[in-house]
Every structure is written in C-alpha cells, then in structure tokens.
Design a binder for this molecule. Structure first.
Ligand SMILES: Nc1ncnc2c1ncn2[C@@H]1O[C@H](COP(=O)(O)OP(=O)(O)OP(=O)(O)O)[C@@H](O)[C@H]1O
Ligand SMILES: [Mg+2]
Length: 273
C-alpha cells in the first residue's frame, strides 16, 4: 500500500465549517480519592490549533493522556473522530517536553522508528522516503545521519516533530514541547510549527503554561482553572499571524487579563493551603 504524502490536504481552509474531531462530554477523572475533573466538556474542530493553558497540576497533561487512551475516565465520554480513544491510536501522535529519541539511532533512524513501532503497512523504502521528506520539512535534511548527541536541543525537538508527522496522524498532541529550550530556539520553533500546521492541516492540541506562547500560537485557548479543574474560558484568538504582543494591542490586553486570572488562581491556592 502506498500512502500519498505526509502533507495532507488542509481541512480547515476549505471554506466549509470544519467538523468536530475531539469531543469531551461530561468527563470526570479521579486518582484514588482525588477528583481532577468533574463534568469536563469541550470540543475541538478538525484543523484547529488549540492551546490548553492552565496552572501547574491542573490537569493539562491528563487531558492529553485521556485523548491517547492512556487513562480511563470515571464518567462521561470522549470521542476522537467519532470513535472512542481505544480505537483511535492511529489518528494520534505525541510530541513531549523531551524529544525521547533513542541514542543509538540517527535522526533518520529515529524518525523511521515511529512508523516501525506502529507496524504501518509500508515497506522500508516507503518509510525511508517519508522520513526523509519530513526531516527536510523540519529543516534537518543535512542532519539526517547525526545521532541525538550530535544535535542541539532544538534540532532534537525537530526530529521529534518529524517523527510525529511521519506516522501521518490526524491530530498531534504536544505537551510543553518547547519549554526546555532557550528563548530564541523556542521562538523559531513556534514559527516553524505554525508553518507546518498551515501546510499540513493537522489538528494540534498544544499544552502550555506560557500565556504568551498560547496567544502567539492558538486559534483558540482553553483556559483551565486550578483544581477542581474546569474550563474558565474558551478564548478565540482571531488576530492574523505572525502575531506580536505589542503593548497596547488587543493581544497584549488579552495577555494582561490572562496574567490577572493566573494571579487570582495562585492567590486562591495560597489561601486554600
Ligand atoms: N497517575 C497519577 N496518580 C495520581 N495522581 C496523578 C496521576 N497523574 C496525575 N496526577 C495528578 O493529577 C493532577 C494533574 O496532573 P497533570 O500532570 O495533568 O497536570 P498538568 O496541568 O499537566 O501540570 P504541569 O503544568 O505541572 O505539567 C496533578 O495534581 C497530579 O499530581
Ligand atoms: Mg503537564
């Protein structure tokens, strides 16, 4: 079987309203006697870039784990493209805070590994061609033969992004993927990610606790409260990209309000503890 290309047709730009691709309906989650979510409901449209923003420990990573069927729900339902999470693993790929590359494989070998582990019905040559295309796509065509120890932090994270693209998922789940990088690399990778997203039309669910990052990247921000966690606000960001947070702009005013919300959550936490 031949897959056409990793660069799928952008779905969100076709003019028609995009369909829902992720839906949480009254989801509750517990760890022992601790309740993390009660009745959490939201949905994400196909091709949307959604940032999940909230204070540490509120449950951002837990949401990604639920989407990936790494955690069971105590109540409620989750649907990924109309199917339950346990039937949806092939629609998803992850990029974590650390790139999780195997040290004994080159960048190219690491990108191939993502597909090999999924046992997709592709032969070695096809996987190789996809891996090469995606390494080129993230700007690493000349570094394909390097081992992880020979790559910078930003380059390693690019390999992780290429690996995620190569399994050709509908949805890419990203858990603070740039938070361990220096400021300049982080900014460059944000720009590159937006370009990848625009070209591929993938749905991206991006977890961060960085307000500026969410404002620069997202179509929509889901702002989570501290525990017991609920969605405080779903904020549509209509500003064209590339975005800058210039003082006095609508985005910067939005940032001031988000900073105030975070400060209020911190204060509540201190009062409770
Ligand atoms: N397997 C587990 N068992 C018990 N408690 C857990 C488990 N996984 C997560 N938790 C708790 O659930 C809460 C939410 O965790 P989660 O990792 O989703 O937070 P987060 O918003 O991603 O935080 P951070 O920004 O620090 O990464 C935390 O209080 C955490 O301690
Ligand atoms: Mg987390």
């Amino acid at each position: 079987m031949t897959r056409s290309t990793t660069i799928a047709t952008p779905m969100a730009f076709a003019g028609a309203p995009a369909e829902e691709i992720i839906r949480f309906d009254r989801v509750s989650v517990r760890f022992g006697d601790q309740s993390i979510f009660e009745d959490l409901s939201f949905s994400i449209r196909s091709g949307e870039f959604v940032c999940i923003l909230g204070p540490s420990g509120c449950g951002k990573s837990t949401i990604l784990r639920l989407i990936g069927d790494l955690l069971p729900v105590a109540a409620g339902t989750i649907e990924i493209a109309g199917a339950p999470p346990h039937e949806s693993w092939d629609k998803l790929a992850y990029v974590f805070q650390s790139p999780r590359l195997v040290p004994w494989r080159t960048a190219f070998g690491n990108v191939m590994l993502g597909v090999e582990l999924r046992r997709l019905p592709l032969d070695h040559a096809e996987i190789g061609s996809l891996a090469r295309t995606n390494l080129e796509f993230v700007g690493l065509a000349r570094d394909a033969g390097k081992y992880p120890r020979m790559l910078s932090g930003g380059e390693r994270q690019r390999v992780a992004i290429a690996r995620a693209l190569t399994v050709n998922p509908l949805i890419i789940l990203m858990d603070e993927p740039f938070s361990a990088l220096d400021v300049n690399t982080r900014q460059r990778l944000r720009t590159e990610l937006l370009s990848i997203w625009r070209t591929t039309g993938k749905t991206i669910v991006f977890v961060t606790h960085d307000i500026d990052e969410a404002l620069i990247l997202a179509d929509r921000i889901l702002l989570l409260s501290a525990k017991p966690t609920r969605i405080l606000e779903a904020i549509e960001i209509g500003e064209p990209r590339p975005r800058r947070l210039e003082s006095g702009s609508a985005l910067s005013q939005r940032r001031d309000r988000l900073v105030a919300s975070f400060e209020a959550m911190e204060t509540q936490r201190e009062v409770r503890s």
